[in-house]
Design a protein around this ligand. Structure first.
Ligand SMILES: [Zn+2]
Length: 581
């Protein structure tokens, strides 16, 4: 049913470019970044050719507004958040091959090429529209520069062209009771004519529909939103009255005071960053083309659901209007991660104004990357919204990862190290239970792989924990701590089998919990060399291989230290007081 990744030569993975206008938070991570990273790490272990592209989205009105409010330049805003967010991603182990910037000069070139090609082939036209203008500032007020009452729901904090409350999109002149929303200006704006450039999306309706039809395997949420758009396509304005952005590559007086709209240039950032990656690697100017213009490449976008129209309709149309570009084979759209409010007992949306979000940089000051990754994958909002809940966070991490996997690994390795000269014990005659336990390792390996290939990350993680559960059952049946006093050969066989399970667990945890896997690999004296864009050996398969008796073991350390309830309660309190930003 699902289009198999096997039919492709290489995989290009992208995660939505976050705005360089705020610190990245855990809600972002659960949606577009952690699942992508797990997938990429798994692919690298399989030895597949895979390239993971990310970066900052550095244009757009929120950035110039922040600059105005802080009385600094837009450049200072993006420099601050680009650096901070790249650090946060690194700290969490999000393993991009490149983390680029849409403010790079190379991006002007890529974006203008896209624009020119669309214009030359007749897919862009100009239209004069009525927009809000501030006589006081003598400028137009794009998007959030103006605020007013939503014509659909009456919300009074609606933006110039859309309402955050109800999601309505409208033309500027439909906004009721508009006011300028700029530092130093809250006057009533007037409507004025402004000529803008529009992308003729209806030109691509048939092609888009055929493309969506060819992907029945996509998640229903993505398909639902995408079909909704494709059945109601309109020309879309792709320029704004601003001086912050990519210049419009046309010889036209009206274009001088305008820039290309951020939503046109942002996804093109994936292409720019691939180009820059090729240059950085010394692979030449055309290296990126293998990833964007070869039918052997499978492109997979990871995004939050608010990004579905752009990645499943608009950007694909822009790609279809170019020469020789591929379009995505998968668009993995996630729902939202909300916050569970312990005071009200209710789930609430994370929002800047409520101050209830948890920034990655704050979280990493308090907690390990692995424990955050574990919980965020366990509750990944794949088919519906989910909640970040501090009690559940501690319960699942301590009760599943620590108690099931961590505990088994520790018990098994400690006994092997102590009783069998710090090495994998010799295997005697295997009984049925031993054999069954050994067989389970590759069964679980394949089950985890199957879930990952189908972008079911929660299920993949559960199947990894399942191997730990089965191992605990086996360990308790065999009672090596009892047989140690009566039957050393039996004990050796039991622990030999346990060491093979530990070896399997080490491979299986690597995509999800890179730090734990690194520590465990060191204890087992094995290497987990993950391939990269060129591919490599299939290390994932080795999860089912066996360590020979006598292989040296290091003294085990605790892979996943348990969280202390008082410490977690203190963190929850700081968060509730708005201190986790
Ligand atoms: Zn509304």
């Amino acid at each position: 049913m699902t289009s198999s990744s096997k039919q492709f030569k290489r995989t290009l993975v992208t995660s939505a470019l976050p705005y360089a206008n705020g610190y990245i938070h855990l809600g972002h991570i659960a949606g577009a970044y952690l699942p992508a990273d797990i997938y990429v790490r798994y692919k690298r272990l399989c030895g597949d050719q895979v390239l993971y592209i990310g970066g900052s989205d550095e244009h757009g009105v929120p950035i110039t507004l922040s600059a105005l409010r802080e009385n600094i330049t837009p450049r200072e805003v993006i420099d601050r958040y680009h650096v901070a967010n790249e650090e946060a991603f690194n700290g969490l182990g999000i393993s991009y091959d490149i983390y680029g910037r849409t403010s790079w000069p190379l991006h002007v070139d890529t974006t203008q090429q896209f624009f020119v090609r669309l214009e030359e082939s007749g897919h862009i036209h100009t239209e004069t529209v009525r927009l809000w203008y501030s006589p006081k500032l003598e400028r137009f007020l794009p998007d959030r520069y103006v605020t007013g009452e939503c014509p659909q729901c009456g919300y009074t904090g609606a933006n110039g062209d859309e309402c955050e409350q109800c999601g309505a999109q409208y033309t500027a002149e439909d906004l009721l009771n508009p006011r300028a929303n700029v530092p130093g200006d809250d006057s009533t704006p007037v409507l004025r004519d402004s000529r803008h450039w529009f992308l003729d999306l209806p030109d691509f309706a048939e092609q888009l529909e055929a493309w969506l039809d060819s992907h029945p395997e996509w998640r229903p949420n993505v398909r639902g939103i995408a079909y909704g758009w494709v059945h109601d396509l309109r020309a879309r304005c792709i320029t704004r009255d601003t001086d912050w952005g990519i210049p419009i590559p046309v010889d036209d007086e009206d274009a001088k005071s305008k820039r290309i709209y951020v939503w046109f240039d942002a996804p093109i950032g994936y292409v720019t960053n691939t180009r820059q990656w090729g240059l950085d690697q010394g692979l030449g100017e055309d290296a990126w083309k293998d990833w964007w213009k070869d039918r052997g490449t499978r492109m997979v976008h990871f995004i939050g659901k608010d990004n579905v129209p752009f990645h499943a309709v608009i950007f694909p149309a822009m790609l279809m209007g170019q020469e020789g570009y591929i379009t995505a084979d998968q668009v993995v759209g996630n729902e939202y991660l909300n916050i569970f409010n312990r005071q009200t007992g209710k789930s609430e949306k994370g929002s800047k104004s409520k101050g209830n979000m948890i920034s990655v940089r704050w979280a990493l000051d308090q907690l390990s990357a692995d424990c955050l990754r574990y919980y965020l994958c366990a509750i990944a909002p794949e088919s519906k919204d989910s909640d970040f809940d501090w009690d559940e966070f501690m319960g699942r991490y301590n009760g599943e990862l620590c108690d099931v996997v961590g505990n088994f690994v520790h018990r098994a390795l400690t006994m092997a190290v102590k009783n069998f000269e710090q090495a994998v014990p010799p295997e005697g005659a295997l009984d049925e239970e031993d054999q069954a336990m050994l067989d389970v390792i590759s069964v679980q390996r394949d089950a985890v792989a199957e879930a990952l290939e189908n972008f079911r990350f929660r299920q993949a993680l559960e199947r990894f924990i399942d191997l730990g559960r089965k191992a605990n059952v086996y360990f308790d049946q065999k009672q090596p701590w009892v047989t140690r006093k009566t039957d050393l050969e039996r004990t050796a066989t039991t622990l030999h089998v346990c060491c093979q399970v530990v070896h399997g667990l080490c491979h299986l945890m690597a995509p999800f919990l890179p730090e734990g896997a690194r520590k465990l690999a060191a204890i087992l004296n094995i290497e987990l060399p993950a391939g990269g864009p060129d591919g490599g050996e299939n290390i994932w398969k080795r999860a089912g291989d066996f360590l020979p008796a006598g292989s040296p073991l290091q003294k085990p350390e605790v892979l996943f230290p348990k969280l202390d309830p008082d410490a977690v309660a203190a963190l929850a309190e700081i968060h509730e007081q708005g201190g986790a930003l």
